[in-house]
Design a protein around this ligand. Structure first.
Ligand code: NDP
Length: 248
């Protein structure tokens, strides 16, 4: 039997990049998967991903839900349970990459980034908890920058993602007695729209890794799947860095 047979997962920001790879990988292990997205331009991609998962024999739903809007996050959890019947794995993945000098960050940008990276995972956890059974999993996608700020202009991004470490450790203690594990996966440079391999400065980024390589979304998804499956049974309250050795 596949490791995640009979389980249901919700992945925020699953239409592209790392989130889409997590959706595919969880489904490959047998899970039914709901995922969110925000951009109208991603609607077709989201539909195609649902069709792909369904063609492989699993159920999937795509939910348009802006992580910056708490009610939308809560509603996405509600739809997951209503349409897929349960919720076992919550993956907080949706993210944006504000880049620039700290003096240039507007009050609006500060609010939006904190809403997407901090408030949304917290709200999703609150909404998911009444449904998560013993053996449930909460997995958040952070960044390797929270251990080492290896470049400039990332203060807002790094500050907002660092909150996930505190949430993860504290919730692991709080939810341990309920048999729910809580962890963060901290990716390094991963080839997605957010961090294109042919983008400006990509060569510098590549050489900053010990292994001389960008990661692929599947590299990050593999660790998420491990945490979600039986191998993650006794891993909780920690962060796993998957960064090709940038932080080494
Ligand atoms: P992409 O830009 O490729 O994809 C972002 C995904 O998040 C899309 O599915 C997007 O939806 C969704 N999303 C963005 N904002 C919102 C929102 N407000 N509400 C709902 N969904 C939203 O990024 P990556 O796949 O590269 O990044 C995924 C996660 O990994 C992020 O949290 C990022 O910070 C983190 N990360 C990425 C690294 C990298 O090098 N790529 C390195 C370290 C961490 P839509 O398609 O609708 O826009």
């Amino acid at each position: 039997m596949s490791a995640l047979q009979g389980k249901v997962a919700l992945v925020t920001g699953g239409s592209r990049g790392i989130g889409a790879a997590i959706v595919r990988s969880l489904a490959r292990e047998g899970a039914d998967v709901a995922f969110t997205y925000v951009s109208a331009t991603s609607e077709e991609k989201a539909k195609a991903l649902v069709a792909e998962v369904e063609a492989a024999g699993r159920r999937a739903i795509a939910v348009a839900a802006d992580s910056a809007v708490p009610e939308a996050v809560t509603a996405a959890v509600g739809r997951t349970v209503a349409e897929l019947g349960r919720l076992d794995v919550l993956v907080n993945n949706a993210g944006i990459f504000p880049y620039g000098p700290v003096e240039d960050v507007s009050a609006e940008e500060l609010d939006r980034v904190l809403a997407v990276h901090v408030k949304a995972p917290f709200t999703a956890v609150q909404a998911a908890l009444p449904h998560l059974p013993e053996g449930g999993r909460i997995i958040s996608v952070g960044t390797n920058f929270t251990d080492r700020a290896t470049m400039t202009n990332i203060a807002l991004y790094t500050m907002s993602k660092a909150a996930l470490g505190g949430l993860t450790r504290a919730l692991a203690r709080e939810l341990g007695p309920r048999g729910i594990t809580v962890n963060t996966v901290n990716p390094g440079p991963t080839a997605t729209d957010m961090n294109p391999v042919d983008g400006e400065g990509a060569e510098e980024v590549r050489t900053s890794t010990a292994l001389g390589s960008f990661l692929t979304p599947e590299d990050i998804a593999a660790t998420v799947v491990h945490l979600a499956g039986p191998g993650g049974r006794l891993i909780t309250g920690t962060a796993i860095t998957v960064d090709a050795g940038v932080n080494a």
